[in-house]
Design a protein around this ligand. Structure first.
Ligand code: FO1
Length: 316
């Protein structure tokens, strides 16, 4: 199973879950052949600063500076500035570390200087030595809003402030109707030899990217090149609240449930051996099914899954 080093790969990614596979890919292929399209529905403005959590999680992970325990923020981070902000009565439910703040200040300053989010993302990843291209899904703001039993909540309020306790009734991507894909997004999908849908939340990580004008159609047009890694294993999320959100919105929290959401644009659906009993039902949706371990706790597991997806004989 030798990886084909010449393949051009484009990945669609959320934050922590996606970064595990992205790190594996980054290590086993030429990282300059990897382009990552990242969800920005999670972006939020706090204290006047533009925070782009998923862009930063992917960038910090590939730069080798992420806090690997939490999966976000800097390793060995301190929170002195946040404590001082609380003295002024500012909300401190979103943990912005001292080093991390420099990233948000830099991005916000670039935007204030008339630069785009894509340009800010590129400046940050280049400064941190990341060799792969990291593209926001859009340069336009598309905040994910959770309509819940407590009313509308920004996704970060739902996730971090309210710890996913509210019941989800609907999900909206505000402004997505007029949002354009960021420069290079549609081209990266068209030019890729393989397009990987990372094991991220299908509703609030991959969902916003698919909702940007032209993206889903572009994937459909290249369906045979699309490989989606299922983020649900044995009925549970690999990371975060996907299982709970799927159920509350009337989907099944199973590999088949996710496969139904992806069937129109996915050529090969990758499931863990734990879910192999669902493979015939998934294949009946019109996709190839690849059965391979998708739980990535160690670096060896991340590399192994990445190598398998890059293998010329995949899906075997
Ligand atoms: N996640 C949390 O659960 N609590 C936090 O306080 C928090 C702060 C934070 C700061 C910067 C950053 O880039 C990410 C941060 N995250 C935090 C992660 C983030 O909310 C989510 O994991 C992603 O948005 C989902 O992909």
């Amino acid at each position: 199973m030798s990886p084909c080093k010449k393949l051009k790969i484009t990945a669609l990614a959320g934050g922590v879950g996606a970064s595990k596979l992205l790190l594996g890919l980054y290590e086993v292929m030429d990282p300059r052949d990897l382009t990552i399209i990242v969800n920005t529905g999670d972006d939020i403005t706090l204290h006047g600063l533009k925070i782009s959590p998923d862009l930063d999680i992917v960038t910090y992970t590939l730069a080798g500076i992420v806090d690997t325990k939490k999966g976000w923020g800097f390793r060995g981070e301190s929170f002195h500035a946040l404590k001082r902000l609380a003295v002024y009565g500012r909300a401190n439910w979103f943990n912005l570390g001292d080093r991390d703040l420099a990233t948000h200040i830099h991005r916000t300053a670039m935007l204030a200087e008339g630069k785009s989010l894509s340009q800010a993302a590129d400046s940050i990843r280049t400064a941190l030595g990341v060799k792969s291209l990291i593209l926001p899904m859009s340069d336009d703001a598309v905040p994910t809003i959770i309509d819940s039993n407590e009313g509308p909540l920004h996704f970060q309020e739902y996730l971090v402030k309210r710890r996913t306790e509210p019941v989800v009734r609907a999900i909206r991507f505000d402004g997505v109707e007029s949002a354009r894909p960021a420069p290079g997004v549609l081209e990266a999908i068209a030019a890729a030899d393989r397009i990987i849908i990372c094991p991220s939340n299908p509703l609030i990580s991959i969902g916003p990217i698919l909702a940007v004008s032209g993206v889903r159609d572009q994937l459909r047009a290249h369906k045979e090149k699309v490989f989606a890694v299922c983020p649900i294993v044995g009925g549970k999320s690999l990371k975060g609240p996907s299982d709970k959100m799927l159920t509350q919105l009337g989907h099944k929290s199973t590999a088949l449930g996710v496969a139904k959401l992806y069937a129109d644009f996915t050529g090969t659906f990758i499931i863990d051996p734990v879910d192999k009993s669902q493979s015939a039902a998934i294949a009946a949706l019109g996709m190839k099914v690849a059965i391979i371990p998708t739980v990535m706790k160690t670096l060896a597991q991340k590399r192994k899954l990445a190598r398998a997806i890059l293998s010329s004989s995949f899906p075997f």
